[in-house]
Write a protein that binds this ligand. Structure first.
Ligand code: CDT
Length: 318
């Protein structure tokens, strides 16, 4: 049996500080049209797709940066995207900065969020980023900052999946893609399609030796996650040089075999597509990665009971 869905990864080039949300939404809608002309039913946009990557700037006063966040979704600026997608009968995933209503604690919360919208315009669900990289405080020695840990809380909601687009769909965001737990949590819920937006600066200040490996690591982790869980993975970048900082592009669509079936060739706005058979997941889920048959959770206890590394004691003879 086959269950085909044609999917677009809509890579964005840079968004500068002075670019309005409205101008960005125009770019998103242009890519939506391209996706429709390729018969796509789902288009995946990157992480924080509405603004420049603002965590690169330090601020004492977080509230002074609240204009980078959406307080509703759809928000006034994104309503035209929602309307056009519904009119065209295409779904989408969109990353944005979310500022919540005050919760039971009376506080507003800031999350790095992705919303998934079905072809009929209904909101399927939201995903709030779990693994928040970078640092909390000003680190002026860096050529640019990566202050996601100042601007966003870690979500405790985990990695849910949704029955949508005639399959089982999950989401993750940027740094999440480097962690095998991300994929396995969704793999254990039968995920068939994982949507991942990212902003990955090429320069990694704590260890610049990794700069030249950014493209390799991007593919390594997403291809492994796809294969080891028998799932499609769509990785979508905001790439190019934004505010003088170069970010990885290399958006790609990966099959459950781990093979890349489509990849961006530019660092700007670019739509890549693939016709994905969700039933291909079974080839892996029912054979080598038949979890029910072969997994051994009873010997994986450290994975959930322990956070950091605990090395064995030194040999007394040393
Ligand atoms: N946006 C995001 O999560 N970027 C990180 C950069 C890590 S370096 C601080 C990433 O993992 O690509």
């Amino acid at each position: 049996m086959s269950r085909y869905i044609t999917i677009a990864a809509a890579q964005l080039g840079p968004i500068e500080k002075d670019h309005s949300r409205e101008s960005v939404v125009e770019r998103l809608i242009a890519m939506l049209h391209q996706a429709v002309s390729s018969n796509c039913k789902l288009v995946v946009f990157p992480e924080l797709a509405l603004t420049t990557f603002f965590p690169r700037w330090y601020t004492e006063d977080l509230a002074g940066h609240d204009h980078y966040y959406e307080t509703s979704m759809p928000s006034p600026a994104t309503q035209p995207l929602f309307d056009e997608a519904k009119r065209l009968g295409i779904g989408f995933a969109l990353g944005y900065a979310e500022l919540t209503e005050p919760g039971a604690d009376g506080l507003q919360h800031r999350f790095n969020t992705t919303v998934l919208v079905e072809r009929d315009g209904t909101i399927v669900g939201k995903y709030r980023k779990v693994h928040i990289p970078g640092h909390e405080d000003d680190e002026p020695w860096r050529p640019f900052q990566h202050l996601e840990r100042r601007y966003f809380e870690e979500s405790n909601e985990g990695f849910g999946v949704h029955r949508a687009f005639d399959g089982i769909v999950g989401m993750a965001t940027c740094n999440d893609r480097r962690w095998p737990e991300t994929y396995r949590e969704m793999g254990l819920q039968g995920v068939e399609l994982i949507l991942i937006g990212y902003n990955t600066p090429i320069h990694y200040a704590p260890d610049p030796g990794q700069n030249a490996l950014q493209g390799f690591h991007n593919q390594l982790c997403m291809q492994a996650g796809a294969y080891q869980n028998g799932t499609w993975v769509v990785g979508v970048a905001k790439g190019g040089v934004e505010a003088g900082v170069e970010s990885l592009a290399q958006s790609c669509i990966i099959a459950p075999s781990g093979q890349i079936v489509a990849q961006a060739t530019t660092t700007g706005d670019e739509v890549i597509t693939a016709r994905c058979d969700l039933d291909k997941c079974k080839d892996f889920k029912e054979t080598l990665f038949n979890f029910d048959r072969y997994r051994r959770p009873e010997v994986y206890q450290r994975i959930t009971s322990q956070k950091g590394v605990i090395e064995p004691p030194e040999n007394p003879s040393n």
